[in-house]
Design a protein around this ligand. Sequence first.
Ligand code: ATP
Length: 656
Amino acid sequence: SLLSGKFSIDFKGAWAEGEPAPYALLTQAFSMIESTTKRIEKTSYLTSLLYTVLNRSRGKDKTHEPDTQTLLQTVYLCINRLSPDYIGIELGIGESLLLKAISESTGRSIPSIKADLKKEGDLGLVAMNSKASQRTLFKPKILTVPSVFARLGEIARASGAQSQAKKTKIITALLAACQTTIGGSTSSEAKYIIRSLEGKLRIGLAERTVLVSLAQAIVLDEQERLGKQWSKEKLSAKLEEATSILKQVYSEVPSYDEVIPALMKYGILELPKHCKLTPGIPLKPMLAKPTKAIGEVLDRFEGKKFTCEYKYDGERAQVHFLENGTVSVFSRNSEDMSKKYPDLVDQLPRCFKEGVKSFVFDAEAVAIDKTTGKLMPFQELSRRKRKDVKVEDITVRVCLFAFDLLYLNGEPLLHKTLEDRRKLLREYFVPVPFEFDFAKASDGETTEEIQLFLEESVKDGCEGLMVKMLQTDASFYEPSRRSVNWLKLKKDYLAGIGDSLDLVVVGGYYGKGKRTAVYGAFLLACYDADNEEWQTICKIGTGFSDEALQEHAKTLKELEIGSVRGDIKVGGAKPDVWFEPKVVWEVLTADLSLSPVYTAAQGMVDPRGISLRFPRFIRIRDDKNADDATGPEQIAEMYERQALAQSKGKKKGGDA
Ligand code: ATP
């Protein structure tokens, strides 16, 4: 069975009947998950953990109501979050505060802790070792999942004048309550508490693994409760069904706060009926695949009905309108942007007809010229303040271009064709000059038509086109997917420049000459989601104005950390300072090359890594998180394409 194999968790610590799960159970699971790189083993450990938490809460005779709250908190702790993304209660406590708390709870001096940190590169490990070598006079009360979750919440929410002191106090108490040993082995509670507080657990768990494990745990729990022993075939069919339902539901309602209680109440098969796309809860946006040439579009869409839309150069905006009149605007990362766009919130009621009670549409917010309505480039939009914007102070005017309707009057539309969704959008909404419009579209079929429309889009100030399937289930809205049913055709690709990359700033090099007060160059990295690590890719230092360098220095100074984090695969790069991976930059490059220094995509096309030659900074991407950065697969693919193009070019040259 899935649970009796060697990848299950055999908890060695104390856990009294009727008590919520001990935090040590989680940290034991974390250690095991961290110890392997194999996805299947990680999944088994996590399934075992979630099953144990759930099943045990039903009591010995399995008749108790399950402890939904503890299960929910266990899931949150596993992904190191405290709330759904859009609520945005975040951890990410600075190093100096953590050093202080470790020092206070273990009695060690800060310099000696710092010295260990330099050696180990992991403050969690340092905290754990400091605890292990400490003699405790009394046995602390066991930390449980609910107690740790509650403390982490208090820390994240602490604000105001005394907040630093308050945080230090809670962290110190948490660390003091960690056990030194559990069942004869060193306890890793302190290690994971510190890592949680730092904002990154580093056990290599992807969100999809959590969904798979949760589905498995539910099925296994059901089997046990029913006293059944399903055949291997039946069990695997049930696991597959549960996983697919849960993934589907979560992509529509990415909130465990909603999904887990409903799951416990109605069971997996009934879940889709009770948990549907809901205005107010942003769903993960559908994403597009890049294409190099119009020919590629036709290869994919030949003989099918498709539409080309302008690809506007602005910021993605998912607009929600609730029956009670509330308007919310969410970013690509599900951040609430209503405070950044109070003008959009004000304008919105003018753009829909009577009879519309609730909706969710997908749109691009674009800066426009106040007098002519002409589209302005993204740079214009980025001049707007991000927070506490007052309508009367706004100088950069924004127009919304809607391209999809996902929900209307109580009904999710994701499983309607794009043709039908678009019909509803055009039927119920009305363009308002300078405020709201539909994305300009043309349902062309030939290369020539696409080419003409592409040129027109560029002339009008767009980045190119989005080409989308219009009919059949291939045109359904696929939340969170980078789908082949949406292709992006940017003018840059056609000019042979290739797609830009979104990279994380992980290190800084001090400037020279008159730039010594700022960083003069930066170390960038891509993000490998499978291994949960950032891989270095290039140093970027030219093309920044003095003013830009000042700005970057201001933001990055606050992210400086004493030593490199363990989840940055450094290679041979040697920046002067390291940063917490947080800031994402969009970068263009003319050329990719193999490199013995950098680690991006190492082992994918060559034992060496891949590096960018002559990288050029385009813009800050504050609508992307550090783990939304470009992945190594995409970099390897770009490298291979370039190699292919070069060999073709050479051949052509030879023939001539
Ligand atoms: P990705 O979102 O694919 O990771 P990205 O954020 O860098 O990459 P692009 O590669 O520029 O974005 O392309 C997708 C984005 O284009 C969408 O997220 C959306 O903000 C924007 N966009 C503009 N016009 C449209 C349109 N008509 N349909 C869909 N998206 C559009």
